[in-house]
Design a protein around this ligand. Structure first.
Ligand code: PGA
Length: 257
């Protein structure tokens, strides 16, 4: 059930794992496993310190490179931060923004994330913009409200023309790294709501083109049913992206759809 206008995307979020040389080794294995396939978009997002060696390992590969965060300003007195220009100079094409770990552990607000989304798009980086509710919020039946606010606030000032470069990831916080996955139906329900909301923010045409990835304990064992859902266009993969075998397998499952 390939989605007619949206190509599947499988993105690996390595989080704070892998040194430069470990990252390059992993990419070499991924390249071997995938060959030159182009049916599915594939992105790997190593930590900043592994971007340069990863970019080298990705020469002649169809796999693209993403970062896990960036600062909205291009340069200046922001100790410890990295800008879009710096990421572009290392051949990054994508950047994860608003991941729940950034929101929770580093107190990133919707408005700060919004600045980053706008800055990334202005610099021709494709944001993988993450939204999702906590367990507490789901149990209080606030999922739609929470996700809707994250979308509305996070996408302020984004034009419908930018939609071609925007990727959204729905990651229920309670499913990240816990082994608990949302059932395909639960995930689809939120993905559909996200597409409807994108439609009211950016217009129907734009919303139909935006890929909405699912993230949260996605692995080869549960990917097929999730990817079969009408509004699930790929995955943002944490744990299963840290070794080549399951990651390559996930790409192959998406390619078989
Ligand atoms: P997980 O992480 O696949 O390990 O649950 C996903 C993510 O946080 O992006």
């Amino acid at each position: 059930m390939a989605k007619t206008i949206r190509k599947y995307l499988i993105a690996g979020n390595w989080k704070m794992n892998k040194t430069g040389s470990e990252g390059a080794d992993l990419i070499r294995e991924i390249n071997l496993g995938l060959g030159k396939q182009t049916d599915v978009g594939v992105v790997v997002c190593p930590p900043f310190t592994a971007l340069e060696s990863s970019a080298k390992a990705l020469e002649d590969s169809n796999v693209q490179l993403g970062a896990q965060n960036m600062h909205p300003k291009q340069e200046g007195a922001y100790t410890g931060e990295i800008s879009a220009v710096m990421l572009r100079s290392l051949f990054c094409t994508h950047v994860i923004l608003g991941h729940s770990e950034r929101r929770e552990y580093f107190n990133e607000s919707d408005s700060f994330i919004n600045e980053k989304v706008v800055a990334a798009l202005d610099s021709s980086l494709k944001p993988i913009f993450c939204v999702g509710e906590t367990l507490e919020q789901r149990e209080a039946e606030q999922t739609f409200e929470v996700v809707k606010t994250q979308l509305v606030e996070g996408l302020k000032g984004v034009s419908s023309e930018a939609a071609d470069n925007l990727i959204v990831a729905y990651e229920p916080v309670w499913a990240i790294g816990t082994g608990k996955t949302a059932t395909p139906e639960m995930a689809q329900e939120v993905h559909k709501m996200i597409r409807d909301e994108l439609s009211s923010i950016l217009g129907e045409g734009a919303a139909a083109k935006i890929r909405i990835l699912y993230g949260g304990s996605m692995k080869p064992e549960n990917a097929s049913e999730l990817l079969d859902q009408a509004d699930i266009d790929g995955g943002l993969i944490g744990g299963a992206a840290l070794s080549a075998k399951p990651f390559v397998e996930l790409v192959k499952i998406a390619a078989s759809k």
